[in-house]
Ligand binder design. Sequence first.
Ligand SMILES: [Zn+2]
Length: 248
Amino acid sequence: MNTPMVEPVQTLDWSTWERALVVVAHPDDPEYGLSAAVREWTDAGVEVSYLLLTHGEAGIQGMNPAEVGRLRAEEQRRACACVGVTDLIILEHPDSMLVYNLELRRDIARVIRQRRPDVVIVPNFGVEAYGGLNQADHRVAGLATIDGTRDAANPWAQRELLDDEGLDPWSASQLLIAGVDNPTHVVGVSEHAVECGVESLRAHEQYLEALPDHPRPEVFIPELLRQGAGLIEDSSSDFAMTFRVFDV
Ligand SMILES: [Zn+2]
């Protein structure tokens, strides 16, 4: 009988990073533990950009989507401020109806060629994630980010980016998937970064208000990050975010 190989989880070496790009479907998507790692990186001088593919306008029941889109963009700006992110890009793709296509890949590739990040980071986009079935937009955003990252590196892909917009190809070194059940790496985060991560989720105030059953950020985020740190025996940190790391 074959025993499945279990990969040992390692501490991620991010000491050479200068720039990172986080790609998500909605406002609040970076805030489920990832933003605590973002605080750790920005504190060390890494420039972290966020690319949101939608405004999350379908996210609050009983409220006009146009109003919700504006509100959630504003809440995301406040969340970004909690973790040292000043570069926030929000695209106009339709929330809850995000479609995987070449246009979406091109829009992601464009931002990668503009920002030239060392790493591209996307939250868990598995069919099963976060204790249940994942949301359609999350699945689409993840796949389009993988392919958009490769499009960004390929001079023969998405030709209008080079020919019409003058954007040279750029290859990120790694692609990270955050918050997975089968991580290859963890990033240790300080207690301060955990607190900032909690604040970043709380910044989505009206969004959370409309979700009375949502777990309390100050309870579940530290717990989630404590579990991450528990994956490494000699972890120097009590808290850590989990990632699967791939070379691009
Ligand atoms: Zn989402």
